[in-house]
Design a protein around this ligand. Structure first.
Ligand code: ATP
Ligand code: MN
Length: 463
């Protein structure tokens, strides 16, 4: 008998069709009329399929009456219009085969609600809940939409290294990668490890960004994007930071900061429109159970023009309001309270801040004519804060060398990066989007730890 996904059964309304369904039992109810209802989910959609199993089935007493939440079954039967209740169709079973029973006393996912904190401790099972099923489908749809967006615009998908020997941008604390014996480290002199005998012959770490490597390919092929894991050992226990997260980093040759901003705005709108079309049921679930302004927020993003504002103008606006706990002055890094004020109170929509002071931005951002600011842009969203950070890259060799000197960096460490400016340099721009922050935005989940299957955070890398 042909196997079907529950999603297809609903979409195609396969009434009167004989078919087979596989899945996990969510609940069982026994009716006095000599039959049982099973709610079965197979992950293909939020909705369960209701199964009617009559006591005339050969294994009714032995098997079906022992089906508890979490057990797995294969059901063959016919789809019929349901008579009562809220199900429009159901599956009348001709056979129910059990793949595996569950344990009613120890299976953690029973009827009662479990907090998201508790679910993180059973991350291997939380995928079976409605919420994590929906998050997973949304995450998948956003990955697909990412590839579609860039492929349609002639960007090449590029895989940049995960292990690297350049602390690209000083973007955060690094995770060291080593095969040295921790009990017996080779030392040059006390306190100074000899990395020449390490696996790569020098200090290596997990990447904090694929940008510098992506630039080399953009400066050869025009347009590329990376989409891969990124690692930062920052000890920030916040609801917006992970130690391992995924980043999407497009890089474009022959593009200035305005083109970069346009790409970022188009990309975000494309992603949300894709979701609104493809994941309606899941988004409605989040809107009902997780964040009741979610659909309004998402529609607001696709229907508005983002505000584009210089850092300096933002500081002017913020200085008029004296109630911040971090006092506002030009040159400071904006705190969440300032970002929130701009996106949620002043403009009530996404704000792209540009032209930050160069002292708070990395060396590779293009220095503006004023000598004090750089061609940077951050996309800030209501409730989420920063989701994208990008810039036009410094393409002028002498200025880039000066910047490295100012920062006390040895330019020899960046010889290959500087070569791009020595040989046929071109204006180019790019940005990085934090994929989990995107999922946070699109699901309304409050904590970023619930947007990735197995979160890595300070003190926890379980599973
Ligand atoms: P923040 O100031 O929020 O810590 P950042 O300025 O250090 O972020 P960038 O180096 O600009 O971040 O990285 C680009 C994007 O990657 C950010 O806009 C954000 O969406 C995402 N991102 C950065 N750090 C993290 C993290 N620890 N966990 C999840 N996403 C992150
Ligand atoms: Mn940033």
């Amino acid at each position: 008998m042909q196997q079907f996904l529950i999603r297809d059964i609903y979409q195609k309304q396969l009434v009167n069709q004989k078919l087979c369904v596989n899945g996990w039992v969510k609940t069982r109810r026994d009716s006095k009329g000599g039959f049982s209802f099973l709610e079965v989910n197979d992950g293909s959609c939020l909705k369960n399929l209701q199964i009617i199993a009559e006591n005339s089935l050969g294994n009714y007493h032995d098997d079906i009456l022992n089906l508890f939440p979490g057990s797995s079954v294969k059901v063959e039967g016919t789809i019929v219009r349901s008579l009562g209740g809220n199900q429009e169709i159901e599956l009348k079973a001709e056979s129910v085969n059990v793949y595996g029973f569950s344990d009613v006393t120890t299976y953690p996912l029973q009827k009662q609600r479990i907090s998201f904190e508790k679910l993180r401790e059973i991350a291997h099972l939380r995928a079976r809940t409605n919420t994590f099923g929906a998050i997973t489908r949304v995450r998948n749809a956003l990955s697909f939409a990412t590839h579609r967006f860039f492929q349609e615009r002639n960007f090449y998908y590029l895989n940049t290294p995960i292990i690297t020997t350049s602390d690209c941008e000083g973007a955060g604390q690094l995770f060291r990668v080593t095969t040295l014996d921790m009990q017996n480290l080779p030392m040059n002199k006390p306190g100074n490890i000899n990395s020449q005998s390490d696996f790569f012959g020098e200090e290596a770490s997990l990447t904090v960004s694929g940008q510098l490597e992506a630039e080399t390919y953009a400066c050869a092929l025009g347009r590329v994007y990376t989409f891969g894991p990124t690692f930062r050992a920052e000890n920030s226990n916040t609801s917006r930071h992970l130690a391992e997260f995924w980043m999407v980093e497009p890089e474009m040759a022959f593009a200035d900061l305005m083109q970069d901003i346009t790409l970022a705005e188009d990309y975000l709108k494309f992603l949300i429109n894709h979701l609104l079309n493809q994941c309606k049921e899941d988004l409605e679930f989040f809107n009902l159970h997780i964040e009741n302004t979610l659909l309004e927020q998402l529609n607001n993003i696709v229907n508005c023009d983002f505000v584009i504002l210089t850092y300096t103008d933002a500081i002017k606006i913020l200085s008029k309001h004296k109630k911040f706990s971090f006092p506002v002055n030009w040159g400071m890094d904006l705190q969440s309270e300032h970002e929130q004020f701009l996106t949620e109170i002043e403009f009530k929509k996404p704000v792209v801040l540009t032209d930050y002071p160069k002292i708070i931005k990395p060396f590779y951002m293009r220095v503006n004519d004023d000598g004090k600011t750089v061609a940077a842009m951050d996309v800030l969203l209501p409730k989420i804060g920063e989701i994208i950070g990008g810039s036009q890259r410094e393409e002028r060799l002498d200025i880039l060398q000066n910047r490295l000197k100012e920062l006390g960096q040895n330019e020899n460490n960046y010889w290959w990066y500087l070569d791009l400016r020595r040989f046929g340099t071109v204006p180019h721009s790019g940005f990085g989007l934090g994929f989990e922050r995107l999922i946070k935005l699109c699901t309304g989940m409050g904590n970023i730890r619930d947007t990735i299957p197995f979160p890595r955070v300070p003190g926890n890398a379980k599973f």
